[in-house]
Design a protein around this ligand. Structure first.
Ligand SMILES: CC(=O)N[C@H]1[C@@H](OP(=O)(O)OP(=O)(O)OC[C@H]2O[C@@H](n3ccc(=O)[nH]c3=O)[C@H](O)[C@@H]2O)O[C@H](CO)[C@@H](O)[C@@H]1O
Ligand SMILES: C=C(OP(=O)(O)O)C(=O)O
Length: 417
């Protein structure tokens, strides 16, 4: 089992390049199903989840050529419209193959992803929306089985803002007959990136990035070339690490305007945050001030940055209230941070973090993707050595994280134990 061994107490200083966004790359890879022509993608991060999505698509008959961060997909010979449980259970984003399969082939059988460590994560809104577009959808033996002729445009209002739901339904609507209006659509930059890619493939989507998207269906999509946007969560994780270690880090190749809520909170810690067109520099020369926050859909503070900010608050001066409104069980990092000396109480959806002057290195266990990042940040700032176990969670979503942190001066190595 691989672990990270981290000896804390070193300021992170230097420059780090942001990778492509996992949460944009995965839906865009699934969009390759929508055309028989080549989809040429750049800036695709090398992550466990990306490898899983490519394996899933290859299993369906999609041809995949990969060279570094460039991937060319061709679904011209796709013959299999089943997403099996064995792959889906390792990556929820597999559900994103459902709507493109139904839209282009009129049938799909995709394993239900089920819950995961952070919450129940149902997909009822995807199913409801797909039915509204005219598909027959049944749940049988743990699979979502869908059938339809050509889908028909409709007005769909989701009960809540759902990122994957918006993405899936966009991919159904692009090939439907007539116009679809998606109300209460997610506004995340990754949703916008998918829309940009789909429009490059010939789709007619307007309003991406607003709560109302209008999608005029077309008969077919064609090939396209697209570069995946920067990973705002990876960039934000490095920014938190800079604050926690009282460092000075220039994060390049990112989109500061996609990270406004995070940048506001970083400034509240007392850090100096400068931004340019595609970079953010975070400088910190003192113990951070405690910063309260509440997660909510974009453009509010992202749930995917909650755990990393918890690590900063664990070391802060004062008490912070962190309220998680998206997932019912996204505080699994709390008991692990406590092993490092953090003082955190949980009351319902809120974690009350009483900052301590220093954390101490300990053996801790990652429970999910962003919890892993939180533990790494805490360990980089702690006195002494920590080991972070179960880093396969981290490898799902961070490209070369330990190499990037080492280049900033962090004492971090991957060990096999
Ligand atoms: C709005 C939001 O912040 N979404 C986050 C969510 O996206 P992800 O797409 O995984 O989750 P959704 O946005 O779909 O879910 C938002 C909320 O709606 C609920 N829901 C969703 C779909 C559905 O059919 N039924 C239903 O009840 C979920 O349980 C959750 O409480 O997790 C990702 C990974 O951490 C984050 O990158 C996204 O920022
Ligand atoms: C939890 C995450 O991913 P997923 O939705 O793939 O589980 C995440 O990106 O933080």
């Amino acid at each position: 089992m691989q672990k990270l061994r981290i000896t804390g107490g070193r300021r992170l200083v230097g420059e780090v390049r942001t990778s492509g966004a996992k949460n944009a790359a995965l839906p865009i890879l699934a969009a390759s199903i929508l055309t028989a022509e080549d989809l040429v993608l750049h800036n695709v991060p090398d992550l466990a989840d990306v490898r899983t999505m490519l394996k899933l698509l290859e299993g369906m008959g999609v041809s995949v050529k990969r060279s570094g961060n460039d991937v060319t997909l061709n679904a011209g010979a796709l013959t299999e419209t089943v997403a099996p449980y064995e792959l889906v259970k390792t990556m929820r984003a597999s559900i994103l193959t459902l709507c493109p399969l139904v839209a282009r082939f009129g049938s799909a059988s995709v394993s239900l992803p089920g819950g995961c460590a952070i919450g129940a994560r149902p997909v009822d809104q995807h199913i409801k929306g797909l039915r509204k577009l005219g598909a027959e959808v049944e749940i049988e033996h743990g699979y979502v089985n869908a059938k339809s002729g050509r889908l028909k445009g409709a007005r769909i209002v989701t009960d809540m803002v759902t990122v994957t739901g918006t993405e899936n339904l966009m991919m159904a609507a692009v090939l439907a007959e007539g116009t679809t209006v998606l109300e209460n659509a997610a506004r995340e930059p990754e949703v916008v990136d998918l829309a940009v890619c789909l429009n490059a493939m010939g789709a007619k989507i307007s309003g991406a990035g607003t709560p109302t998207m209008v999608i005029e269906g077309v008969e077919r999509l064609h090939g396209a070339e697209h570069a995946v946007i920067a990973d705002r969560i990876e960039a934000g994780s490095f920014m938190c690490a800079a604050v926690a270690t009282q460092g000075d880090v220039l994060v390049t190749h990112c989109v500061p305007s996609d990270m406004e809520a995070v940048i506001v909170k970083l400034r509240e810690t007392g850090a100096t945050v400068e931004t340019g067109a595609d970079w953010v520099r975070v400088k910190m020369d003192k113990r951070p001030a405690a910063v309260s926050l509440r997660t909510a859909p974009h453009p509010a503070f992202p749930t995917d940055m909650q755990a990393q900010f918890m690590a900063v608050n664990a070391l802060a001066e004062g008490t912070a209230h962190i309220t998680e409104t998206i997932f019912e069980n996204r505080f699994m990092h709390v008991p692990e941070l406590a092993r490092m000396g953090a003082k955190i109480e949980i009351e319902g959806h809120t974690a009350i973090v009483h900052g301590v002057p220093s954390l101490s290195g300990a053996d801790v266990m990652a429970t999910d993707l962003r919890a892993s990042a939180s533990l790494v940040i805490a360990a980089l700032a702690a006195n002494g050595t920590s080991t972070v176990d179960r880093i396969y969670h981290l490898d799902r979503g961070y490209e070369a994280m330990e190499a990037k942190l080492r280049a900033l001066g962090g004492d971090i190595v991957r060990i096999n134990e």
